[in-house]
Design a protein around this ligand. Structure first.
Ligand code: MSP
Length: 511
């Protein structure tokens, strides 16, 4: 069965921010892991290009919406390549292929009797592209997310009969694995229990959107159109796109990874729309938390937006990936603090993992002819047992999307190996010839454990993982199935060790 993982389709009102980088890195790590364990993976990302927000942005810039979208969408695609993101599909909701799916899907929903004409009155946030509850009906009410005034709407719209799917959605959101993390699941359950209201799926005041068939002036509501991007992305761009084809290839998605603010769209509206079109819901919707900066919400007006481009050019990919995956529990909010970032990267990657490798290679080269030492007992039982336990914990955490646990288990293992090396003090023992066998065994064990650390890191820090493997001169094992590389004792006695260079430089904190 194909493993389909999606990021949200990002609005093209601006280039990627740290929040979008965060989601995309998580998806990339999961996609890499699944490929390594032999799954067929379709990793979908892309851009959400229609709607009033984008139209206004293009107007502000004095260019056409399509020109604006081409430019920003390209930036997204290029940035993901710079970050080494291994997406399989990049869908643009302004593409012809996508429009075809939207038309086909709408026809199905209409056929189910779930579309009717009505009047939509209410307060709208253009930033969220969403109607907001406003019990006081006060025109000064602001969107709590965007801190901008809501706009009053009173227009003829087409509606989707969400209320018809009350029972179906109630059952679905109560399924134990459908919404994660669990706290978010409870929020959605209580929202659904209050009773689902039909929602409008078209706009009449908007030209930048997909035209609704058989109407004069309606375009599809941006969310109705955008969610369908997950389906239109599945068929390859060159293929003749159809819903049937997407189902044949693998729909439903295995996991939609999104921010907590758009959970309702994904866990409530979307499954009802799919049901109406005779399709299965996604298997899981995972709502991650929000990133703040030094304790404050990131915002342009606050002047504290952390530019991901700057982070990438200054520190590189691995440090940022490690920090975001390790320091933020998936599902919880997290704070980006410069000092903490530098400390974590230096302690974990430069010292605990990097320095361990570096100094052990230096000792081995110096004492054993630039090579991995020969030992009597390659299979050191203590190491094999610890390794098996660690591997089980790491694989289990990868399988459960607990990436922060993965990083912590890898780090714990590396700390244990450092302790082992320090306790054995091979630099003292080597002074006495009779200890040579013992020293060889210690050095072999540490080198082999470092190789294993490199293999563990492959899904989350692909570049650093490769650096470790290069330093140990054992690239040839890359051809092996990933799990088989986790077997103790692969590092060959006598194999040459290249001259060590630090696999990661220590970061400097700049206040
Ligand atoms: N276009 C819609 C999604 C449509 S999916 C069919 C959208 N786009 S967005 O660009 O505004 O947001 C994309 C994602 O970024 C959302 O999942 C949102 O939660 C996330 N984030 C926005 N700010 C964030 C942080 N400060 N931290 C973490 N994620 C954040 O919504």
């Amino acid at each position: 069965m194909t493993f389909i993982i999606t990021t949200p389709l990002y609005y093209v009102n601006d280039k990627p921010h740290l929040g979008s980088v965060y989601t995309t890195i998580i998806c990339d790590s999961i996609a890499r892991y699944k490929r390594l364990i032999g799954k067929d993976v379709i990793f979908i990302t892309g851009t959400d290009e229609h709607g009033l927000k984008i139209q206004r942005k293009a107007d502000e810039r004095g260019i056409s919406p399509s020109e604006h979208c081409d430019e920003i969408s390209n930036i997204f695609k290029n940035k993901w390549e710079e970050w080494g993101i291994t997406f399989d599909r990049f869908i643009r909701t302004s593409s012809k292929n996508h429009e075809k799916i939207v038309d086909e899907f709408y026809t199905r929903v209409k056929k189910s009797g779930d579309v009717y004409l009505g009047v939509q009155k209410g307060w709208y946030c253009v930033g969220c592209e969403e109607f907001k509850d406003n019990p006081t009906n006060s025109p000064t009410t602001q969107c709590s997310i965007h801190k901008k005034p809501l706009e009053w709407r009173n227009e003829e719209n087409l509606f989707f009969r969400l209320s018809k799917y009350q029972n179906y959605i109630e059952e679905l959101v109560r399924e134990p694995d459908f919404i994660e993390p669990k706290e978010r699941r409870n929020e959605v359950i209580s929202f659904v229990e209050k009773g689902l209201k039909d929602f409008s799926i078209s706009r009449t005041n908007l030209t930048w959107g997909i035209k609704v068939p058989d109407t004069q002036n309606h375009t599809f509501y941006v969310w109705f159109d955008a969610l369908l991007g997950y389906i239109s992305a599945i068929a390859n761009e060159k293929e003749d796109n159809s819903i049937k084809r997407s189902i044949e290839i693998g729909w439903p998605a295995t996991i939609h990874l999104i921010g907590k603010d758009i959970l309702r769209f994904h866990a409530v509206y979307w499954p009802a729309m799919l049901r109406s079109a005779g399709m299965n819901p996604p298997k899981k919707v995972y709502g991650h938390g929000f990133l703040t900066r030094e304790g404050q919400k990131m915002g342009k007006s606050l002047g504290n937006v952390l530019d991901p481009d700057l982070l990438l050019s200054k520190y590189g990919n691995d440090p940022v990936r490690w920090f975001l995956l390790k320091d933020i529990v998936l599902g919880s909010d997290g704070d980006f603090q410069d000092r903490r970032f530098v400390d974590i990267v230096n302690n974990d990657l430069a010292n605990t993992i990097g320095n361990l490798l570096n100094r052990t290679i230096s000792m081995s080269r110096k004492w054993f002819n630039n090579a991995v030492p020969s030992t009597i007992n390659i299979r050191d039982e203590l190491f094999v047992t610890t390794l098996e336990e660690t591997t089980n914990k790491i694989l289990h955490s990868y399988d459960n999307y607990e990436l922060e646990k993965v990083t912590n288990y890898i780090l714990d293992y590396s700390t244990q190996i450092n302790l082992y090396l320090n306790n054995n003090e091979p630099w003292s023992s080597i002074k006495d010839e009779k200890n040579e066998k013992e020293v060889k065994q210690v050095i072999y064990n540490v080198l082999e454990a470092s190789r294993i650390i490199g293999v563990y890191l492959k899904p989350i820090l692909p570049d650093l993982s490769q650096e470790i493997i290069n330093q140990l001169g054992c690239n040839k094992f890359n051809k092996k199935v990933w799990k088989d590389q986790l077997v103790w004792g692969l590092l060959e006695e006598g194999s040459l060790l290249p001259k060590p260079v630090p696999i990661i430089s220590k970061l400097e904190y700049e206040s």
